[in-house]
Ligand binder design. Structure first.
Ligand SMILES: *Cc1c(COP(=O)(O)O)cnc(C)c1O
Length: 377
């Protein structure tokens, strides 16, 4: 059996080697390392795939969030509502820009920001909501957009874990994650569903003026070289990474459906195992399983993790500590017990190996050992 990995970057590279090597070589030969034609080509391909108005690439997913907030003209003191159960990027950027962070608990079953929580958190100073489409499944965007419209708020979707996820509206139409709010952002970090071989990110918008502003801010605030209209940043996607991403994008749908098959297998295998709570699949979103994250009841999560580790099965805890517990964010002044759902999830969640190249013998072995652990208890 091949060694089990959380994400098998080697297996994926081996599969696409000829195409990837040719793409990289062509950039090396052209030496157009910054803003080469491959960058524009990739942006156009991704724009078509997502059916987005505009795609603007940048250096990483954290920058994408920062540039989005800068482009929307958020000012120090403006309140931004986001989930407490996510990667640190959103809260980091909000803090860096001097905005006021307002955290909200997630839904305990699908892990995405609670709509009731958002409703309670909205104040006269609220300017934006940042839903994160966690683990590959969309937050309840229809409810979020309704709330945003009612209160005149911007919506920035963090789609770093959901490139390719479909959101289904109640009228039967659908849109890709990240193309519903004012701006969507994503990351091409090597472990993401659509990933490059280093750092990369992008922003999506359907607003022509906003697109120009995002593009300009990402490039030192200039539209014309050496003319600076905005205070900007230096955040570009390297040409080599863009060339790699265009190759990978062609396979994204197939890779995402391979992940779904792995999830289907896990779901079936653990269905009768009562200490394991399966990740909920909501009706309004497809799921591309960036992570397959179970909850382990009865305080057995850490023991299961160690047991699997001893059998050569890696697992990861996304996320081990609520953001409001982190040293850097103590200044927000939250009390330890302000977010009971996040705190409980941090003690129960466990993400199992999940990637498009998992083999049946690996899946059988993982399932066998999870079930064996609970039989012994
Ligand atoms: C990965 C990730 C980011 C940050 O992306 P980087 O490219 O690493 O900066 C932001 N938000 C979420 C939810 C992520 O998973």
């Amino acid at each position: 059996m091949r060694e089990i990995q959380m994400v098998d970057l080697k297996a994926q590279y081996e599969k696409l080697r000829t195409e990837i090597d040719a793409a990289i070589k062509s950039v090396l030969t052209s030496t157009a390392f910054i803003k080469g034609p491959e960058v524009k080509f990739f942006e156009e391909e991704l724009q078509k795939y997502l059916n987005a108005g505009h795609v603007i690439s940048c250096a990483n997913g954290t920058d994408a969030l920062q540039i989005a907030m800068m482009a929307l003209g958020l000012n120090p003191g403006d309140e931004v509502i986001t989930t407490n159960f996510t990667f640190v990027s959103t809260v980091e950027v909000v803090a860096l820009l001097g905005l006021k962070l307002v955290l909200v608990d997630p839904d305990p079953c699908n892990y995405n920001i609670s709509i009731e929580g958002i409703r309670k958190a909205i104040s006269p100073r609220t300017k934006a909501i940042v839903p994160v489409h966690l683990f590959g499944q969309c937050a309840d965007m229809e409810s979020i957009m309704t709330l945003a419209k009612k209160h005149g708020l911007f919506v920035i979707e963090d789609a770093a874990q959901a490139t390719g996820t479909d959101y289904f509206f109640s009228d039967g139409t659908s849109k890709k994650a990240g193309t519903i709010g004012d701006i969507g952002t994503t990351s091409f970090f090597p472990s993401k569903n659509l990933a490059c071989y280093g750092d990369g990110g992008a922003m999506f918008t359907n607003d022509d003026l906003l697109a120009k502003k995002l593009k300009s801010i990402a490039n030192h605030g200039q539209k014309v070289k050496y003319h600076h209209d905005y205070i900007g940043v230096n955040s570009r996607l390297d040409t080599i990474q863009a060339a790699i991403l265009s190759v990978k994008l062609k396979h994204l749908s197939q890779f995402n459906s391979a992940r779904r098959s792995v999830a289907d297998f896990y779901d079936k295998a653990f269905a009768g195992c009562s200490p394991v709570i399966l990740p909920e699949r909501v009706s309004y979103s497809s799921h591309i399983f960036h992570q397959y994250t179970i909850r382990v009841k009865d305080g057995k999560r850490d023991a299961l993790k160690s047991f699997l580790e001893s059998k050569g099965i890696p697992t990861i805890i996304y996320y081990p500590g609520p953001l409001h517990f982190q040293e850097a964010y103590r200044f927000l002044g939250y009390r330890e017990d302000d977010f009971p759902v996040t705190t409980a999830l941090c003690k129960e969640v466990l993400s199992l190996p999940m990637h498009p190249d998992m083999e049946q013998d690996q899946l059988d072995y993982i399932v066998l050992n999870v079930l064996r652990f609970f039989k012994k208890q």
